[in-house]
Design a protein around this ligand. Structure first.
Ligand code: FAD
Length: 382
């Protein structure tokens, strides 16, 4: 009979996959389990692409984590056969009264992250593709970019398997009881025993742990659209077009990558959504909003045909902070989630943090504890 692993990680999204890899790199034996597979289409990590940037307004801890994580992502990709990170640059679009942009500039300077600032005239000169409307200035992080999300998570799992993580495709039933958890029971009736259990189940967490997380995490329906370009038109692909964000306007966009089209994402929280059974038919209302924004912001794409659209879900905490804490009743169970609309880039740093917490090294960040997570909604971290 094989020995029980030190840690079982449940969920091979970006948080669970990186947690499994970092735990393994720290010398632990690890089993990683996912119900549908790494980067599956129901998971929050299962989209085509995710933006990686360092700026986070006043929330400098996420800047530090993003900076460290980007290095780890690039190291991982260096070993692979495919290009999974494109240095598109990321352009912050800011409105007149926006102290968070000043805070971003301050943090980027402190962390020695290269950046460029633009006033309105300079923005218009550099990016004639945009109609900037209420935008008065911009900040470009030229070294930031876009990760091909689904394939990147799968690459993390491949690396973990290469380093002897035992990866299994099966669903785990919600654990119950108090004290230390003895074993997990899978949907096919098997048992998985480990010293410690890390649940990184993204938007499934509130259903798996309704008492602890039911009011603390809210999955919401989010829609993204890819619009087609004219043949040979390179104005909307890198290097001419960066990824861009107008957070006050509730919208972000990605340039054409891999011929997929110009991506427009609506960042305002949609209605509550069940990741397992939720209907992923794109809504006519959201498409209309995306088209309206496109017509206003990128006039040349007003009539662009829709190529693809997807429904995904954010797993929102009350303010956007992650939840990384021990289960209050099950001593050897950890909960890792709350990636909200910005968690992807931080996978490597989340994995390292979980690793340190499990070994008792490193001070816990108060903001990630269950106690810090309120039931009110006050989105502050993007
Ligand atoms: C449209 C959209 C755009 C986004 N844009 C960005 C962006 O630009 N930049 C950025 O940094 N972040 C972005 N995010 C956020 C980011 O994608 C998420 O924060 C991150 O993917 C969350 O990962 P996760 O591992 O917590 O969850 P998930 O990826 O959902 O992984 C959870 C996994 O757990 C598995 N699972 C669940 N229950 C069980 C069970 N009982 N047994 C076994 N396995 C189970 C699931 O199958 C799943 O694979 C975006 C999110 C969305 C939806």
């Amino acid at each position: 009979m094989s020995r029980a692993p030190d840690v079982a990680v449940i969920g091979a999204g970006v948080f669970g996959a990186w947690t499994a890899l970092q735990l393994r790199r720290s010398g632990r034996s690890v089993t990683l389990v996912d119900a549908f597979g790494a980067g599956n289409s129901r998971s929050s990590s299962g989209g085509a692409s995710r933006v990686v940037r360092i700026g986070y307004g006043r929330e400098a801890i996420y800047s530090v984590w993003a900076q460290r994580s980007l290095v780890a992502w690039q190291e991982l990709f260096r070993d692979g056969r495919h290009e999974l990170f494109t240095q598109t640059g990321v352009l912050w679009m800011a409105r007149a009264d926006d102290p968070s942009t000043d805070a971003t500039i301050e943090t980027l300077r402190r962390l020695r992250v290269p950046f460029e600032t633009f006033d309105r005239a300079k923005l218009e000169q550099r990016y004639p593709q945009f109609n900037f409307g209420p935008i008065t200035r911009g900040v470009l992080e030229p070294e930031a970019g876009v990760i091909m999300a689904r394939r990147a998570v799968q690459a993390v799992v491949r690396q973990a398997v290469k380093q002897s993580v035992d990866y299994r495709l099966t669903a785990v039933r919600p654990p119950s009881g108090d004290g230390p958890l003895d074993a997990l029971v899978t949907s096919d009736g098997d048992r998985i025993t480990a010293g410690t259990y890390v649940f990184a189940c993204g938007p499934w967490l509130p259903t798996l742990f309704p008492t602890v997380l039911g009011d603390r995490l809210t999955p919401t329906r989010q829609e993204v659209f890819f619009f087609g370009l004219e043949p040979g038109d390179r104005r909307f692909a890198p290097p001419a077009m960066p990824a861009w964000m107008d957070l006050a306007g509730g919208v972000y966009g990605l340039p054409d990558l891999e011929g997929r089209g110009f991506k427009v994402g609506l960042d305002h929280h949609g209605p509550p959504f069940d990741p397992e059974t939720g209907d992923r038919t794109v809504s006519a209302d959201a498409l209309q909003v995306a088209r309206m924004i496109l017509a206003r912001r990128v006039p040349a794409l007003k009539e662009a045909p829709l190529l693809e659209a997807h429904v995904c879900q954010y797993s929102n905490s009350w303010n956007g902070d992650f939840v990384i804490d021990r289960h209050p009743g099950l001593d050897n169970v950890w909960l890792v989630g709350g990636g909200s609309g910005h968690g992807f880039k931080h996978g490597p740093a989340v994995g390292t943090y979980v690793c340190d917490q499990l070994s008792g090294r490193g001070t816990p960040e108060a903001r990630f504890t269950l106690d810090a997570h309120q039931q009110s909604r006050e989105r502050g971290i993007f």
